[in-house]
Design a protein around this ligand. Structure first.
Ligand SMILES: [Zn+2]
Length: 132
């Protein structure tokens, strides 16, 4: 049953708050203007799926690609992309489930890493693959 696998709303909100805090800190570290971020959130708070997409996203695909490349070049940027992904999973109600195998991610893991997208098993599989 759908309800069994869905996380409680209060828990989701708790993770959402955590993610938004992390996101704010990362944006700050990456040198983005607080103001731009705030405008972005207010402007797009209508609840559609793009609400948490990166604030440069509406400029166009090329700019977006450059932006993504820029973000992937730093640890903070990569985390930011993961945080954005996690926020969109909250909106799509798939948050808390492994994006690979679909199993529920251990809540302790989510408490430590709220933007985790893989369960511990898939994460360690991925790390093994990367070492090969
Ligand atoms: Zn998994």
């Amino acid at each position: 049953m759908e309800l069994e696998v869905q996380m409680e709303k209060t828990k989701l909100q708790k993770y959402e708050q955590k993610l938004l805090t992390i996101r704010k800190e990362l944006l700050h570290e990456l040198g983005y203007l607080e103001e731009a971020v705030l405008n972005h959130t207010t402007r797009e708070s209508s609840g559609d799926l793009s609400a948490y997409s990166f604030h440069m996203a509406d400029i166009g695909t090329d700019a977006m690609r450059r932006e993504t490349a820029f973000l992937l070049a730093s640890k903070e940027g990569r985390t930011l992309l993961d945080v954005n992904d996690a926020l969109s999973r909250i909106q799509k109600k798939t948050y808390g489930k492994c994006t690979d195998c679909g199993k529920v991610i251990n809540p302790k893991r989510l408490d430590a890493v709220p933007h985790a997208k893989l369960c511990i098993q898939c994460q360690s599989d991925e790390e093994k693959n990367q070492k090969q």
